[in-house]
Design a protein around this ligand. Structure first.
Ligand code: 9WN
Length: 433
């Protein structure tokens, strides 16, 4: 903990650290008690960002535990299952994915077969940057240990997910975006031809996504699984294939981080720098929409940008080389009555004026701590302290008012979803530090 915290901040810090301590399993942190009992990929990244300020030993174990699930082709799965839990602990459990039948999946742990936003190298670098001089050598050793796995992860993304060799990576399921039921996916999901009877149970206690959404999610997994999760199938036949701005901004930020890590441990940063340049240009060429002043997702099945404008479209602010005009357009839209301008507790996940906006609808409107944190970092990176302070201040107000909830009403700050949500607590530690 830092010494300069006020009494109120110290109380918040202790409460946040308490949530992370309670959700620690001994090798990783569950996203929330009850609802998400396994290890999730981007949750562990955000948890690692906070643990870097609290318990760096656990941050290292968190990342190592996740990479236990890495496949031979480099894929870092979005869920690493805790094999000691009963089958019904979470739906969908390991039986849907059948990673044990995949030759490239690890033998000693069961996993999903999808990815999540690849912020892992950024988390590893952040951990190093938070090290005290006394911890520096150990921190470099940790980077050197994780580096080959991070390189494999990025190789997988470039080799298997850059579908058109254009520089960006594609997702093949809404779960890979981390924003399951975003209105962005309504059009591609609505176009799926589903078999007449499906089997996804209604999920309790989350009000959203619905059973019908789950039918579509499960159907997409079934297609991928039957094709052995092969990139050739994804590219040529899979019905959901999208280049998303948040995922690609995460990929770019981590590619830059990988170059820095390479330098720190005496490896060659140049290939990572070259790749970062390629991703940067592709983000602008393929996803920037000057008409709306925002980044939008591209559907590779018809080559068109999807109509939806949401918080994911601002996350390319993480790109340090974003042109000033693009940054200005993004900030104008962010502050407008479609986003922060009309929300007491920004930033809503969805344009408030979009008919799809739902103030309590999971990724269809509420404010989330992780997206605020990503934008806060982006604003700091572009030398925008007023925007950064706005994001930091509203995020801290949310948790002071409603606790470490999963997501929040953007108008009145009411907390929703699960309680004691790990990334809400972890990222508050980083905001306070
Ligand atoms: C599906 C764990 C995860 C987060 C996602 C969030 C939600 C899972 C679910 O929970 O997704 O992976 O069961 O809805 O959307 O971002 O990583 O916290």
């Amino acid at each position: 903990m830092t010494a300069r915290l006020t009494g109120d901040e110290t109380a918040l810090w202790n409460a946040a650290a308490g949530v992370l301590d309670a959700n620690w399993t001994g090798s990783a942190t569950i996203p929330s008690p009850g609802l998400y009992p396994h290890q999730w990929s981007w949750d562990s990244v955000f948890v690692g960002m906070g643990l870097a300020r609290h318990r760096r030993d656990r941050a290292e174990r968190e990342l190592l535990s996740l990479f236990r699930g890495q496949w031979a082709d480099g894929l870092v799965p979005h869920i690493v299952f805790n094999g000691t839990l009963p089958r019904h602990a979470y739906f969908p459990g390991p039986d849907l994915w059948r990673s044990d039948k995949q030759p490239g999946a690890p033998h000693d742990v069961r996993t999903s077969g999808l990815t999540q936003p690849p912020l892992h190298a950024l988390a590893a670098l952040h951990l190093h940057e938070c090290a005290t001089p006394a911890e520096a050598e150990r921190s470099r050793d940790f980077l050197a240990r994780l580096y080959p796995a991070l390189v494999e992860q990025h190789r997988y993304l470039a080799r298997c997910r850059d579908m058109e060799d254009g520089g960006l990576v594609a997702i093949c399921h809404p779960w890979e975006s981390g924003m399951d039921n975003s209105p962005c996916w309504d059009r591609p999901l609505g176009a799926l031809q589903l078999p007449p009877a499906l089997y996804a149970p209604q999920r309790i206690p989350q009000p959203l996504p619905t059973g019908e959404d789950y039918d579509r999610y499960v159907w997409l997994v079934t297609l991928l699984r039957e094709a052995g999760y092969q990139p050739g199938y994804m590219r040529d036949a899979h019905p959901f294939l999208i280049e998303d701005p948040l995922v690609n901004a995460a990929y770019l930020a981590s590619t830059h981080a990988l170059a820095e890590i390479a330098e720190i441990i005496g490896r060659d940063p140049v290939p990572h720098r070259e790749r970062a340049g390629h991703v940067h240009r592709a983000l602008l060429d393929r996803l920037w929409d000057a008409g709306t002043g925002c980044f939008r997702a591209r559907d590779l099945r018809d080559g068109r940008l999807l109509p939806f404008v949401g918080v994911a479209g601002f996350v390319p602010l993480l790109d340090p080389e974003l042109p000033g005009t693009v940054v200005r357009d993004l900030i104008d839209l962010l502050l407008s009555s479609r986003f922060a301008g009309a929300a007491g507790y920004p930033v809503p996940t969805c344009d408030i004026q979009d008919p799809a906006f739902e103030r309590g609808g999971y990724w269809r409107g509420p404010t989330w701590i992780n997206t605020n944190w990503l934008l806060w970092r982006g604003a700091l990176g572009h030398g925008l302290p007023v925007i950064a302070d706005l994001l930091r201040g509203s995020t801290l107000r949310l948790v002071r008012q409603s606790g470490f909830r999963e997501y929040f009403d953007p108008f009145d700050g009411t907390g929703r979803g699960s309680h004691d949500y790990s990334w809400s607590a972890a990222l508050v530690l980083d905001l306070l530090a």
